[in-house]
Write a new protein. Sequence first.
Length: 136
Amino acid sequence: MVAAVRRFFARATVAVETRAAEPADAAGAIEAYLLAVSEQLRPASATFFADLAAFPPAAEVYARNTRTAGRRVQQLVSDGVAAGTLRPAHASFVGAAVTEVMSAIHAGRIAAATDLDDAAAYAELAALVVAGLHHP
């Protein structure tokens, strides 16, 4: 199972990074990145996520990939702040916050607290992060 989970995330990472590279600006890259994560995870069933959670080695692969995604958002924020296309922001905080929300989405905590499915939750996360980093 761990090998299958690794392959799933390896393929997903390529697709997500390809989408994130398309926009010319940091805000667009962040939005594309988070929406692409949602698209890649959409085919995974609730059973898939329950199986991940129940099997610690697979859960660690998932957790590691979630942390990697948060660090990638952090890097995109850093790049945008450095380029002056995003407002000054604490990129590490943004990355950590994104990691926590992503974890909550997949654990079902966001769905339980809202009427949002995972894809809608990712769209809201992308909109929130991009709006929060926009120059006034």
